[in-house]
Design a protein around this ligand. Structure first.
Ligand code: MSP
Length: 523
């Protein structure tokens, strides 16, 4: 039986304006999910939308729409965006789904019955027009951060979750499972900033927020959005529904991948809720860094005015989803922040995708056409140069597998591109055009071309989870459409005598200055 792997993104707040920064979590999860599938795992990848709360309600009013209609429109739009980016999820959960609503009510009831939830009074600074409570630190110049008006002290009846009881259990959890929360710097943050100063009980219901899931036994209260939202990881698998088979099969999650801004909710509140429910904890939470908008907006050196373009709906149709995926996966280093600039994106497109990968494929394919009428050659023996290439490729392949064990996606992608660089260097070294002119060069030429083709095959097999479109295109041209990783050790997987299909150019070279100018007209 296949080993299971359950991976999740956070569920997104409904927004019609998702930037490529927002897309990062979903793309990285997709790449990991695809990689695990190729490794033969039974993967369940879930994403979705977080649709309750006052802000959502207000946004719908502002748009002059019924809340559900407003949400349906945004969700359809989000799903279309994920399709555009080749996000291959297994389930898209919406917190307005009936079975989710039903299960969240049951989760709340269970926590109440077990004595983890109690009723008390919530005291806070309240903004009447905004109907929102604020903490002193959230205020701007002592006033409401949303509307700038005066706030007043107010009390509201509310339910509380006994989070204060979980401090020691959480400390033990982190100590016993050093890989529970990664990168480790985030553990220190949780321990020093939140747990050691003492956890307070958490207010988990509101009477002033109407757009939410009502408490079953006290419906004038709606359930706190984070309890509602975090529960999606269980309810999406059918927890507390008629059919819990997926929950039985996939829970606990193997990986909750989230941005660093929401680590506290996932590493403190979520495990505490699960402990209270007596459920196994997720195996790992990874808090990735952010894509920052850095650099100047004016590219003075080129004397053209440029505006940063972060809209995937402009970038993907123009440059392809693989290019956007590649940039994000490569550019944000493991667990840290990465900077975005449109110019850097375009430069990487030219240097890595066009010059390195694309060029290698087109050079190799056209040489094969010229020398062997596009037929994969059979090889009797390999020379020193080829053997050296093969061992370098295998080294990089091992690195990719190693990095992916710890989800170090940017290094894994860099290693795959090292494979293509190695092959380009090999071409310069082996000089197939010169060998082709030698009378007794046929065997050597075959060894060179075969080594290049097998290198491209291995590179593309590894690349498929990250850049599915172009990798699949190349693999299909090579007659390879295997679903799982094969053993890469042999440079002999391709079938000699088979003809490879011709490919159109994968990544046409861009005129960066021209593109920047065009893009600035579109944003
Ligand atoms: N709804 C909550 C999550 C609830 S999960 C139980 C939420 N939604 S969000 O839409 O604001 O964020 C979704 C994801 O996008 C988060 O992982 C967040 O960190 C990520 N990002 C948003 N902007 C980002 C960047 N600029 N860069 C990288 N990731 C970013 O939080």
């Amino acid at each position: 039986m296949k080993e299971k792997f359950y991976i999740t993104t956070p569920i997104y707040y409904p927004s019609a304006k998702l930037t490529i920064g927002n897309c990062y979590t979903t793309i990285i999860c997709d790449a990991i999910a695809r990689f695990k599938k190729l490794q033969g795992k039974d993967v369940f990848y879930m994403t979705g939308t977080d649709e309750h709360g006052q802000k959502v309600f207000e946004a719908a009013q502002k748009a002059g729409k019924e809340v559900k209609q407003h949400l349906d429109d945004i969700v359809a739009d989000t799903q279309q965006l994920w399709k555009m980016l080749d996000i291959d999820y297994d389930k898209f959960i919406r917190t307005t789904d009936e079975d989710h609503v039903c299960a969240v009510k049951k989760i709340f009831n269970t926590l109440y019955e077990k004595g983890y939830i109690y009723k008390a009074t919530y005291k806070g600074l309240y903004c009447l027009p905004c109907e929102a409570f604020w903490t002193p630190s959230q205020l701007v110049d002592g006033k409401c951060p949303d509307c700038g008006r005066e706030v007043c002290e107010q009390e509201e009846e509310a339910y509380f979750f006994k989070l204060s009881q979980f401090g020691d259990k959480l400390l033990k959890l982190y100590a016993d499972n050093p890989k529970f929360l990664l990168p480790t710097s985030r553990v220190n943050e949780m321990v020093n900033n939140f747990i050691k100063p003492g956890l307070e009980d958490l207010c988990v219901s509101r009477t002033s927020v109407k757009w939410g899931i009502p408490v079953d036994f006290d419906p004038k209260h709606t359930i706190y959005v984070w309890i509602d939202a975090l529960s999606n990881y269980l309810t999406g698998l059918g927890y507390m529904s008629q059919d819990e088979s997926k929950f039985q099969k996939y829970w606990p999650a193997d990986l909750h991948l989230i941005g660093k801004d929401i680590v506290r909710f996932h590493a403190i509140i979520w495990p505490a809720i699960l402990m209270a429910l007596d459920l196994p904890l997720p195996k790992q939470i990874f808090g990735h860094g952010w894509l920052m908008l850095g650099g100047d907006k004016l590219s003075k050196s080129k004397k053209t005015e440029t505006v940063e373009c972060t809209d995937p709906r402009i970038l993907v149709p123009r440059y392809g989803s693989d290019a956007v995926r590649y940039y994000l996966l490569r550019e944000i280093p493991f667990g840290s922040d990465g900077n975005y600039s449109t110019e850097a994106f375009l430069n990487r497109f030219n240097s890595d995708l066009c010059n390195n990968f694309g060029n290698l494929v087109s050079r190799t394919f056209s040489m094969l056409k010229k020398y062997f009428n596009s037929e994969i050659p059979a090889v009797e023996s390999y020379g020193e140069n080829e053997k050296q290439l093969q061992s370098r490729v295998l080294q990089e392949r091992d690195k990719v597998l190693h990095y992916m064990q710890t989800y170090d996606v940017s290094k894994a992608v860099a290693s795959i591109f090292n494979i293509f660089s190695e092959a380009n260097t090999f071409i310069q070294l082996a000089q197939p055009w010169a060998v082709a002119k030698q009378e007794d060069g046929q065997q050597q030429l075959k060894a060179i071309m075969r080594s290049l083709l097998e290198t491209i095959r291995i590179g593309c097999e590894l690349l498929e989870p990250f850049m599915p479109n172009s990798a699949k295109k190349v693999l299909a041209a090579l007659g390879q459409s295997d679903k799982e990783f094969s053993d890469f050790d042999k440079f002999e997987k391709l079938k000699p005598g088979e003809k490879i299909a011709q490919l159109s150019i994968l990544f046409p070279r861009l005129d960066v200055a021209k593109e920047l100018e065009e893009l600035s007209k579109l944003v």
